[in-house]
Design a protein around this ligand. Sequence first.
Ligand code: 5GP
Ligand code: ZN
Length: 112
Amino acid sequence: MSADCIFCKIVNGSIPAKKIYEDEDHIAFNDINPSARVHFLIVPKLHVESLASCEAQHQALLGKMLLLAPKLAKEQGLAGFKTLINTGKDGGQLVFHIHVHVLGGGNVPLKV
Ligand code: 5GP
Ligand code: ZN
């Protein structure tokens, strides 16, 4: 948990989000500013800044996060989808709590 992190606040419920999934390790919620008809984020509850700060100890968490993408995409009615992990300021990351974007349902941009 990091005090000024928006996604930690969504995880602990102090900021609302349109949650589509939750288990002991992850939550998923709709992006507040969607770039496609369906656009949600899969977020580990553990505060890890980015993919670049992950280590061997995070392997299972990363694997679970990725495996949730096809499961939740299917639940959202998507036949196909795009995943994206922005990493670091130069990689377009705005929220420094690791997350996977899942986009689909038409109007999927090449870049986000
Ligand atoms: P990044 O550029 O870090 O990969 O993407 C962060 C994403 O989080 C952006 O697509 C942005 O719209 C979304 N986002 C930022 N703040 C909030 C928020 O308070 N609630 C929700 N649901 N999404 C947010
Ligand atoms: Zn956080």
